[in-house]
Design a protein around this ligand. Structure first.
Ligand code: HEC
Length: 121
């Protein structure tokens, strides 16, 4: 989106704060590794019950046995974002059970990554 008067990007023109580009490898994968991976690999409960495997970018994007949980550009309806933001049924809170929830900054990072297109960057 560019300003129609000056043809500059609003962030470049200094009117909007520049938005950081979130990296899957540097920002998102470490959060999922820390909070989610222990249950979402072959043989563990999360994977066995839902089919959702956190082995790679490809398995993350593949989603559960019912389909994708990340919709690039659409954090509002992405199930993954709903779960970590606590917008789903409490029985489906992730991390599951008593595990500690994500820090607000970690939730924001994942939300922003989805918003920016959920790229393998
Ligand atoms: C302590 C184990 C555990 C941890 C940690 C965990 N999960 Fe899960 N996860 C589960 C289990 C068990 C299910 C199946 C829940 C069910 O269907 O009742 C599940 C299901 C899911 C699903 C599928 C939900 C659906 O719609 O069927 C997603 C997506 C998911 N987890 C994401 C995550 C994310 C993201 C994290 C980290 C923030 C995480 N999980 C951490 C155990 C875990």
């Amino acid at each position: 989106m560019f300003c129609r008067r000056c043809f500059r990007h609003p962030a470049a023109a200094g009117w909007l704060p520049a938005v950081d580009q979130i990296s899957y490898a540097k920002d998102v994968a470490p959060i999922l590794d820390k909070h989610c991976k222990s249950c979402h690999v072959a043989g563990q409960a999360g994977y066995v019950v839902s089919g959702f495997e956190l082995e790679s970018y490809e398995t993350l994007m593949k989603g559960t046995q019912y389909g994708p949980v990340v919709l690039p550009g659409d954090p509002l309806t992405s199930v993954l974002v709903m779960l970590i933001e606590g917008r789903a049924d409490p029985s489906l809170k992730m991390p599951h059970g008593e595990a500690k929830p994500l820090e607000p900054a970690e939730v924001a990072t994942i939300r922003q990554w989805v918003e920016q297109g959920a790229k393998n960057n």
